[in-house]
Design a binder for this molecule. Sequence first.
Ligand code: MD3
Ligand code: FE
Length: 216
Amino acid sequence: MQSLELFEAPVLPSRQRLGPAAMVLRKFALPYMQEAMPAIEAIAAAAPFRHMETPGGFTMSVALTNCGALGWTTDRQGYRYTPLDPSSGEPWPAMPEVFARLASKAAEAAGFVDFEPDACLVNRYAPGARLSLHQDKNERDYGAPIVSVSLGMPAVFLFGGHARTDPTVKVPLHHGDVVVWGGVDRLRYHGVMPLKDEPHALLGSQRINFTFRKAG
Ligand code: MD3
Ligand code: FE
């Protein structure tokens, strides 16, 4: 059955170092996708993706939602983590067990043991959406890593330094790629270039990124 082998070939993950404590795990998330896709749909049904406003008064081009005990939000008052979805007043959907397992296994593969995230920010990019250079510094404990999972259309990720004006390295991220960063790389500036429309076989003209954090 030669022709079937192409479809049954096992996933061969590979690692690529971005910094002393930052690692790309190519295709690491693929074996989890059959379980994770319905979980993402359930989260989006309970807490729909929305475009939030920044403290500066801009509306984000990226739409977002959350799962887990805490969810990241922004409005005119600032950026913060909240236990309730401000749109519904209800708790964010629980973190699916498959998400927690994926996050913990990816962190472990990058050298961070016992990662137990309490927050998962889910970003959805349509063509043209972007994320300008920023640091993730609303979390209480910078000792824990952040784990990011990319799905759907490819994106060019910008990996900068500790000052906004430091040079950036462009890292293409594809469906199933996982990035783990912590330690000395935890507070690096980073962003995502405007998304090109290169429809993905499963997800169509969108990119979904989820980032697991220890926020509280
Ligand atoms: C940060 N999300 O939600 S995560 C965010 O693709 C966010 O949606 C992006 O930044 C997204 O806050 C990127 C991936 C990532 C990878 C490596 C990093 C973020 C990083 C290295 C250092 C700092
Ligand atoms: Fe970020």
